[in-house]
Design a protein. Structure first.
Length: 576
């Protein structure tokens, strides 16, 4: 594998997400993080979703109307449907004479640093490497860099490679520099005019794949990258690195005894049918790709973000991740989690996910996470976005003079803010049909009502067991609690991911206190929504080893016919 770094612009996506820093649901409600109702199975057939798609497409048409040199491809798909609910392509009137003349789902773009997702996924799928392994286990040449490349090696001038793990490289926590191609010495300009000193040839890479320079070989990479000083010690704080992705590729080659591109073809492209995606090579026919007028990037040898792909393949990739087609469900859940925070409250990082967080999109005002990876390379600007709460995949590919990281962020904003409220409506309608209503058991004088409103999950009302009003008497369950138990209580019900046969488990959460009381409690703390601690409050009241917040539905064809309350020892039939 050749080392071919790419340029990257950190996304500005968090700008759209924080009209408020509250980070919790409306009226002081505190749902658990994650889906509050099952994702809709057929969202594209819902009236509100169809209307929202029309609005979104109108926004895209208005946004791209003046794009004379820029191509754009947008798609949104539920993992439960066979085709996108939204697909939009803009072909500009001015393009390179070797470019595709009409952009569609098969038109190929450079995807930039979206390529990094494939590098991390390759580590996860091959089964021999651990995230805790030092990278030197697989790339031992790194141990020599401190001695061979740096005249005076110390903590400031040389990376402690033995401390750099596979996991730190996957999550931008290694502390190493960005890449080699961002060295100004690679560019054909005289930087002594702006105060920089002249350089000798030994201070230049002489490679890079741009401006007439050849692509850097692995040997040239190890010759030169050791000359770069670390930015931080490993696991100090995140710093974006293209080199990290290349090192992961080297490690995969070592672990698998295969070239990186051959392994990705076998482990990812093949299983998902990604027939139009290549790693380092441009498509055989340039006319298969969108090439902006005067572009120098399509076909250049820049490859830590060097992949080429199209809407059809990238959408299949995103959907495949959420369908657990590449990793088993446990491994996928572990992968799609934050690893570190950033200085933006709306952005956390995973491996290599850029995780946007927002509480301003849906009516219930709860925190939602958006797992994204941007890819910015010259005039190409792209993003992949997964929304696990709703089983949605979004892709935006673009290139040309009016393309930019900001343009992609604004387009993602249009998609999310327009479509998600409608998807939520579809989710609520489905949940009402499948689980809502009254459940009762006359023999034990027990009943409960599950209703939907603008809040998260189901509102639990009229909960009676053996003639006892459970919500009114909630304080009686607090024998072991140090918190006041005589405050007003609101009960909401949320799904878990636990199911067995025709049974599915949900959990109730007890929001204690009035809206005003909770607001006062929040105001008295220096961190936002300090009263919201559902993660630490569930499964607290247990009777005979069974929690009073556990609800188990028995279903037939996805519709509940009964509800069991294990701690109370009752089973309630759903009233039709």
């Amino acid at each position: 594998m050749f080392f071919q770094p790419s340029r990257h612009q950190v996304p500005l996506g968090a700008f759209l997400l924080f009209g408020s820093a509250a980070l919790a649901a409306r009226d002081g409600l505190c749902p658990p993080l994650g889906p509050v109702l099952p994702a809709p199975i057929s969202p594209s057939g819902h009236d509100s979703v169809q209307a929202a798609v029309l609005v979104a497409v109108d926004k895209f048409q208005n946004r791209t109307a003046a794009f004379n040199t820029t191509g754009v491809s947008i798609a949104v798909q539920s993992i439960h449907e066979m085709s996108p609910m939204l697909e939009f392509h803009h072909t500009p009137p001015v393009l390179d004479n070797t470019s595709a003349t009409t952009i569609n789902s098969e038109t190929i773009y450079r995807i930039g640093s979206i390529s990094k997702v494939f590098a991390v996924l390759s580590v996860l799928t091959q089964g021999q490497m651990s995230m805790e392994d030092p990278i030197t286990k697989y790339v031992p040449e790194l141990l020599q860099l401190k001695h061979d490349a740096v005249p005076v090696a110390n903590d400031i001038t040389a990376v402690h490679w033995e401390q750099v793990t596979v996991g730190s490289l996957a999550t931008h926590m290694s502390g190493i520099g960005t890449d080699l191609i961002n060295d100004l010495a690679s560019f054909p300009a005289d930087f002594t005019q702006v105060g920089l000193p002249p350089l000798t040839n030994s201070s230049k890479t002489g490679c890079g794949g741009l401006f007439g320079l050849p692509v850097c070989t692995r040997a040239q990479f190890f010759r030169d990258f050791g000359k770069r000083h670390p930015v931080y010690a490993p696991w100090t704080k995140p710093v974006y690195s293209n080199i990290a992705s290349s090192l992961l590729g080297f490690a995969v080659e070592s672990a698998t005894n295969m070239s990186y591109d051959a392994y990705v073809q076998q482990a990812v492209f093949g299983p998902l049918g990604m027939t139009n995606t290549t790693i380092f090579n441009a498509p055989i026919e340039r006319s298969w790709g969108f090439i902006p007028k005067g572009d120098i990037w399509f076909g250049s040898g820049v490859g830590a973000g060097g992949m080429y792909s199209n809407t059809k393949d990238i959408l299949a990739f995103a959907v495949g991740i959420l369908q657990n087609r590449l990793l088993d469900p446990l491994a996928t859940r572990k992968w799609m989690k934050p690893v570190t925070s950033t200085s933006s409250p709306g952005l956390m990082l995973g491996g290599p996910w850029e995780i946007l967080r927002s509480d301003t999109v849906t009516k219930d005002g709860r925190l939602i996470e958006y797992y994204t990876k941007t890819g910015n390379l010259g005039s190409y600007n792209n993003i992949i976005c997964l929304i696990p709460d709703y089983d949605l995949a979004i892709t935006i590919l673009s290139g040309g003079g009016q393309s930019s990281a900001n343009m992609v962020d604004f387009t993602l904003t249009d998609i999310v803010t327009t479509l998600l409220p409608a998807i939520e409506d579809a989710s609520k309608e489905q949940a009402k049909q499948n689980f809502g209503g009254t459940y009762s058991d006359p023999a034990t004088n027990s009943s409960i009502n599950l209703s939907l409103d603008d809040g998260p999950g189901f509102s639990v009302l009229n909960w009676t067991v053996r003639g006892v009003d459970i919500i009114k008497n909630f304080g009686a369950f607090g024998a072991l609690s140090s918190s006041p138990t005589d405050l007003p209580v609101r009960v909401r019900l949320y799904p878990t991911n636990l199911a067995s046969g025709c049974e599915t488990a949900w959990r109730a959460y007890f929001d204690i206190g009035t809206v005003d009381q909770l607001a006062e409690g929040d105001a008295g703390r220096f961190w936002p929504k300090g009263t919201c601690h559902s993660w630490g409050s569930m499964d607290r009241f247990v009777y005979g080893f069974k929690s009073i917040d556990e609800f188990v539905f028995s279903t037939s064809k996805d519709k509940a016919n009964s509800l069991s309350l294990p701690a109370f020892g009752v089973q309630l039939r759903r009233e039709i």
